[in-house]
Write a protein that binds this ligand. Structure first.
Ligand SMILES: Cc1cc2nc3c(=O)[nH]c(=O)nc-3n(C[C@H](O)[C@H](O)[C@H](O)COP(=O)(O)OP(=O)(O)OC[C@H]3O[C@@H](n4cnc5c(N)ncnc54)[C@H](O)[C@@H]3O)c2cc1C
Length: 379
């Protein structure tokens, strides 16, 4: 493919940009994907397939709850979309849909889960409230402090390392032109399309441009006169050594920051949104000792059998926060420009969000009412 055959440039090679590039290439478009190579949420995430509303986001951003509720029906679809993608690529994403538990330790937390579950049921989710006797049967790994939980049957987990590798192989097989380790510095809309210049001084042109740049979006969008308030949210993660299978579910808490799950390798991944730092000239996400200790302490409180396991690795990654909802689709002021930023739990939503954007780029029906996700809401 020569530079003249490029129909669409996709900037940002996380799960969303990669999938947008793949879907467009499958539809016959000449696609170039440019990624800075710093890695974003897609290379750092915990592999939770989230469906129920996360208490962390409800507490942090109560103003976003109505938007979260409207977006909720997308999540079970997004999980099914991951399953279909796994099948299509003939890959093993290690997807397990064993359900997700949001646990409560007090009557107040349980009451919150009852209210949340009632709202979610109205929005079409399959959820239920479990008491301690149910949990003794279904999740005996939970510690004595847990008195009940909400179960969401569509939740689960996957292995992002497997997914990212398989999606990358798919792009290569489709002939997507990959420019990796190269940051886009300058964007201009010219009469015939976009002029895209990288930090290495390479210049590319295309009629269509997709920005799937997550936390890196604001400065690029600003050059085209668009305001997208995407912020970097550095988060902490831990993973233990492998042990015998014990935690089948995705586990979260009604009031505290925790996600727990066990990979097919037997390792237990512990996250949940504890903060990390961004440091140095290159703005690298860096782990915090206080997050490591607090996160691990809470994990063994919830599932005491974790206590003897060694944490073999910790890492930090950059999540992207906008207003809880995806920023997906075109803007009326710049012809040919599309944004592709998923909503909260963006790895879960990634491939489905990418499919919606790719369909809009192709002039096809995205399959959803996109009003809530329009980038124009920040204008
Ligand atoms: C620690 C952690 C745990 C998480 N756990 C989960 C989870 O369990 N489940 C879940 O659903 N979600 C989770 N998330 C969120 C999820 O990972 C992200 O929402 C999702 O991966 C975002 O995908 P993306 O493609 O939009 O962005 P990213 O993966 O952030 O990719 C954006 C890409 O854009 C590139 N880029 C940016 N600016 C430029 C530029 N100027 N030029 C070129 N390239 C550029 C970056 O290099 C990056 O590769 C987690 C996030 C973190 C940080």
């Amino acid at each position: 493919m020569t530079r003249n055959d490029i129909d669409v440039i996709v900037v940002g090679g996380g799960v969303v940009g990669n999938c947008v590039a793949g879907f467009l290439a499958e539809a016959g478009k000449g696609v170039m994907l440019i990624d800075e190579g710093k890695g974003g949420g897609s290379t750092a995430n915990a592999g939770s397939l989230h469906v129920q509303m996360q208490s962390r986001f409800m507490q942090l951003y109560p103003q976003n709850v109505p938007g979260m509720q409207r977006q909720l029906p997308l999540y079970p679809k997004a999980v099914r979309f991951w399953q279909a993608l796994e099948k299509k690529l003939g890959a093993d994403f290690e997807i397990k849909k064993n359900g997700g538990l949001m646990v409560a330790e007090t009557e107040e937390q349980l009451a919150f889960l009852h209210t949340k579950a009632a709202q979610e049921r109205l929005l079409g989710l399959e959820v239920d409230i479990l008491d301690r006797a149910d949990l003794d049967r279904m999740a005996p790994y939970l510690g004595p402090a847990v008195i009940g939980a909400e179960i969401c049957f569509d939740e689960g987990k996957l292995n992002p390392l497997q997914c990212n590798a398989a999606i990358h192989r798919w792009l290569i097989s489709l002939g997507v032109v990959l420019r990796e380790g190269e940051a886009v510095k300058t964007l201009k809309r010219e009469a015939s399309g976009f002029r895209v210049e990288t930090a290495r001084g390479a210049v590319f042109r295309s009629g269509m441009l997709v920005l799937a740049t997550a936390a890196g979006t604001a400065p690029l969008a600003g050059q085209l006169g668009i305001h997208i308030p995407a912020r970097a949210e550095p988060l902490h993660m831990n993973i233990t050594e492998a042990t015998a299978p014990m935690i089948g579910h995705l586990v979260q808490h009604a009031d505290r920051m925790i996600t727990l799950k066990q990979f097919a390798t037997g390792q237990i991944v512990i996250g949940g949104g504890w903060p990390a730092d961004i440091v140095g000239d290159r703005n690298h996400p860096t782990v915090r000792l206080d997050s490591l200790i607090a996160n691990a302490t809470l994990a063994r409180h919830i599932a005491p059998q974790i206590a003897p396991l060694r944490i073999i690795r910790t890492w930090a990654g950059v999540n992207t926060s906008v207003d809880g909802k995806g920023v997906l689709g075109p803007v009326s002021s710049v012809e040919g420009l599309h944004f592709a930023i998923p909503g909260d739990a963006g790895y879960t939503l990634g491939p489905l969000s990418a499919d919606m954007v790719a369909n809009m780029v192709l002039g096809r029906d995205p399959g959803e009412d996109m009003t809530d996700y329009t980038p124009m809401r920040f204008a």
